[in-house]
Write a protein that binds this ligand. Structure first.
Ligand SMILES: [Fe+2]
Length: 380
């Protein structure tokens, strides 16, 4: 697979590079995508106002927390009407994802659904895109895919040219993030790193990105100890985890998380983390019959042992306990009952919507519906 090259900047104050990026691109009309109130409270608005004051800027922030195809269409209309030729996305994962979607789909003539549902191939390349994350979780700035909802179902659009041309990773924008968002997005990065490590698509390169990300996150798992240095470390970890899923993709925990977010409004990273410990146990028990990795079940067992080594534990049970301890350290609820999804009916909703084939098929051990019911029962 060939990915387009991305220019990456990292470190406190590196937002100053935006000035030269914009002047080099010399756009006629900039499509600026931002989040809600965080755009101002993170200090991002102040930085961007001074850089963009002499340019025509079309500001788009009118979309839902988990963007829908209707949000994408609104953005496309605005993008086309103003003939935008540079995109700047500054915000969380949803902000960067919707900017990617609007950019690539604006240069495709058919209805956006057709591309998202893979009825039509993406053939054109969008305008240059600058991604500036203000949370540390999805690593969307370093991936070549973007997700959005059609109804309550989450779809992913993938294409090499979706990878942002520039990524500016300035941790100062994360210094004032609320505690829950920090915790949830950290767990998103952690799940992405662990899942991509055991994914059937993993490579030596993706595993190295995962390993580095996990090591960074393991150093800062007690929220009360966090200062600016720790937040910078997590921003780096999230970016590395993004690079890992860019190659290897996510697996069962992410697939199961989507109905938990859609139907029960649990934030994305928190939702993915709920099943991570149990999936660790499940994948460690892979056997000849249910292995879905072409490299064989011996390889998967070895991979799980390497993961235990990275987590500094000797058994899958200890890995599960460690993951639960990390969740507690980040003050995230782990009981499905306490999160309002402890009944059989709730589990029916999760099981009937939690098998997104794009992701479940990446899991190294085949997961049946009965096995998922058992896992949810244990977590309730
Ligand atoms: Fe994620």
């Amino acid at each position: 697979m060939v990915f387009l090259m991305q220019k990456e900047y990292f470190g406190e104050g590196c937002i100053q590079n935006l000035d030269s990026i914009v002047s080099n691109e010399s756009p006629n009309s900039i499509f600026l995508v931002t989040g809600g109130s965080a755009y101002e409270s993170s200090g991002a608005k102040k930085c961007l106002d001074s850089v963009l004051k002499d340019y025509k800027v079309i500001h788009f922030s009118n979309y839902q927390v988990n963007p829908t195809i209707e949000d994408v269409k609104k953005g496309i209309k605005l993008f086309r009407a103003n003939q935008c030729d540079l995109v700047i996305a500054i915000g969380g994962g949803s902000c960067i994802d919707i900017a990617k979607l609007i950019n690539i789909l604006s240069c495709h003539p058919e209805e956006p659904e057709k591309y998202v549902l893979k009825e039509k191939p993406l053939i054109n390349t969008g305008k240059p895109l600058v991604a500036i994350p203000t949370t540390s979780g999805t690593g969307s700035e370093s991936t070549h895919f973007a997700v959005c909802y059609i109804g309550k179902t989450k779809y992913s659009l993938a294409k090499d040219s979706i990878l942002p041309n520039y990524a500016i990773l300035d941790p100062q924008f994360t210094y004032n993030l609320p505690q829950y968002i920090t915790a949830s997005t950290t767990m998103d990065a952690f799940c992405q790193a662990v899942e991509s490590f055991w994914s059937v698509n993993s490579t030596d390169e993706s595993k190295e990105f995962s390993r580095e990300a996990i090591n960074l996150i393991l150093k800062v798992t007690r929220l009360e100890q966090w200062g600016n240095q720790e937040r910078a470390q997590i921003m780096r970890a999230a970016n590395l985890a993004g690079k890992a899923i860019n190659l290897a993709k996510t697996t069962a925990c992410h697939a199961i998380s989507y109905p938990i977010t859609s139907y029960y409004k649990v934030s994305h990273g928190h939702a993915a983390a709920l099943t991570l410990g149990q999936m660790f146990l499940f994948n460690s028990n892979v056997n000849l019959q249910d292995c879905s990795d072409y490299r064989g079940y011996g390889y998967v067992k070895q991979t799980m042992e390497k993961l235990m080594h990275i987590l500094n534990v000797n058994t899958a049970e200890a890995a599960n306990e460690k993951i639960q301890a990390i969740l507690h350290g980040l003050q995230l609820e782990t009981s499905l009952t306490k999160l309002g999804m402890g009944t059989k009916e709730d589990h029916d909703v999760i099981v009937s919507n939690g098998f997104n084939p794009d992701r479940v098929k990446n899991n190294p051990r085949r997961l049946s519906k009965e096995q998922l019911y058992e896992i949810l029962e244990k977590l309730s």
